[in-house]
Ligand binder design. Structure first.
Ligand code: ACO
Length: 454
């Protein structure tokens, strides 16, 4: 980093162009910031594996006294990460270099989870070992059950999920530190396996059904559907298409780089909080209707249109004119193109409904609404396309999952991503505790007024 101060604008221009020419000759890339004081400061450019560039402003305040202001961190790279690549302009999503389309077609959720967390696709032996660990870890500690009993039956499922995940650390004191994969792998197996048992029994609790135990003979998704829908006198046997639909849903939700909940997990983890505390915080971030709550909101909005029998012109007009109203399942903070996950989910929904012989007016309406929006100037000019949530709710509905459980299902899917990011950050020695700054806009110093004088 270098800095110098010049007063004359033409001198500043000449100086910067000289510096840029020198950088080109030396084959280095730097960015230069000129402040109103005439101070010129050099910052290195960091370049990612896919050519994306970032100005490294780590020393900005120290060198210049100013900070960056970036509400929502939309232009801020909070870390370097080797897990997931998203190109929002082109609609590209890859986990550890593998295109999401290939993983959705040929991989499984657990294999994808292992890829995200440990960086490579597992071989047969590694896969079998991890599968056994998942099976051995699927039973919840009995001490966790009273949390379910104490929770109101009509309570929010995400609240209970967050509480139970956070409480797990009380039962696993040895697993909260990762010295090596020797204790990290059992921790991952425990969380991945038990989140499914927890989620299914949150559903059973809210519908007043008895507790269901996992069946060690079933695969991950089959086991979840079994615990979700079996009752003691009537076991549930999902079809292959149902299992594959859920598997694809989980794979497509498994990671999405620095989204709101994953950033939350990283921020909590940056304070050296353990994995249980961090993922529990991730659940709370995911709970928001602009994030994990959106797929249920899509279904509610579509059902509302069907019930009103007025067609969707009114909704489209409202989305265009009322800044507080959104067409749910449309638009994305990063994708300014068709979300690749939405494309896959649309065809999964098509296949699932066909196989289950379900004629869902909500799906028919969604497809029509999509077409109208894609042809509308308002949506075109703002690059608003269907996002992952637009069709995912239709799949969950067809799997007989009620809307209050949608974000919980999303959380199971996102678990590998949260774990992978927490681990990556934990092992990165350059990690600092997250501590954004602010521009203060409140009162300047004033004298305290005693209570009797107010
Ligand atoms: N319906 C109508 N208008 C929209 C929508 C929408 N769904 N999304 C964005 N816009 C408009 C905004 O009003 C804004 O218009 P303006 O330029 O005239 O002011 C413009 O498009 C840009 O909007 P931003 O708010 O800047 O978009 P941002 O990237 O911040 O928001 C978000 C992304 C939150 C996802 C937004 O598109 C939205 O609210 N969508 C609906 C909720 C949703 O589906 N969320 C799920 C996201 S995916 C996930 O979290 C897994």
């Amino acid at each position: 980093m270098s800095k110098q101060t010049l007063n004359n604008p033409s001198e500043i221009g000449a100086e910067i162009s000289e510096k840029l020419c020198a950088d080109t000759r030396e084959g280095v890339r730097n960015a230069y910031l000129v402040l109103p004081s005439g101070q010129i400061t050099k910052f290195p450019l960091s370049v990612g594996a896919e050519g994306e560039q970032a100005v490294d402003i780590g020393e900005l305040r120290k060198e210049t006294g100013v900070i960056t202001l970036d509400p929502g961190f939309r232009n801020t790279g909070a870390c370097q990460s080797a897990i997931t690549f998203v190109d929002g302009e082109k609609g590209v999503l890859r986990y550890r270099g593998y295109p999401i389309e290939q993983l959705a077609k040929d991989s499984g959720f657990i294999e994808t989870a292992m890829l995200l967390i440990w960086g490579e696709l597992p071989n047969k032996k590694e896969r079998a070992e991890f599968r056994e660990m998942l099976t051995n870890n699927e039973m919840l500690h009995e001490g966790l059950k009273p949390h379910f009993d104490a929770f109101p039956p009509n309570g929010k499922p995400m609240a209970l999920l967050s509480v139970v995940l956070a409480s797990m650390r009380g039962y696993e004191p040895k697993l909260t530190e990762i010295k090596s994969d020797k204790n990290f792998k059992p921790l991952v197996a425990k969380i991945m396996s038990q989140v499914r048992t927890i989620a299914a029994n949150i559903h059973n609790k809210t519908k007043g059904s008895p507790w269901q135990y996992p069946n060690p003979d079933f695969g991950y998704c089959q086991n979840f559907l079994h615990m979700l829908h079996s009752i003691p006198n009537k076991p549930y046997h999902p079809s292959e298409t149902e299992i594959k639909a859920l598997e694809t849903f989980f794979i497509l939700h498994a990671d999405h780089e620095q989204n709101c909940s994953t950033s939350t997990v990283r921020i909590v983890g940056s304070a050296k909080s353990d994995l249980f505390a961090s993922i529990s915080a991730g659940v709370n971030a995911l709970n928001g209707k602009l994030h994990g709550g959106a797929n249920a909101a899509v279904i509610r909005q579509l059902e509302g249109i069907l019930m009103s029998k007025k067609g969707f012109d009114e909704i489209i007009a409202k989305a265009k004119t009322n800044p507080d109203f959104r067409l749910m399942g449309f638009g994305h903070a990063v994708y300014k193109n068709y979300d690749p996950r939405a494309k896959i989910l649309k065809s999964v929904a098509e296949k699932l409904l066909e196989e289950l012989k379900i004629s869902d007016p909500v799906f028919d309406l969604a497809k029509k609404l999509e077409q109208v929006a894609l042809d509308d100037e308002y949506f075109i000019s703002r690059n608003l396309y269907p996002n992952v949530d637009f069709y995912s709710g239709i799949i969950l509905k067809a799997l007989k999952i009620p809307t209050n459980m949608f974000p919980v299902i999303f959380a199971i899917g996102r678990m590998p991503g949260w774990i992978a990011h927490w681990r990556e950050q934990y092992l990165d020695e350059s990690t600092k505790i997250a501590r954004p700054r602010q521009i203060y806009t409140g009162h300047t110093k004033r004298e305290y007024v005693s209570a009797k004088d107010r």
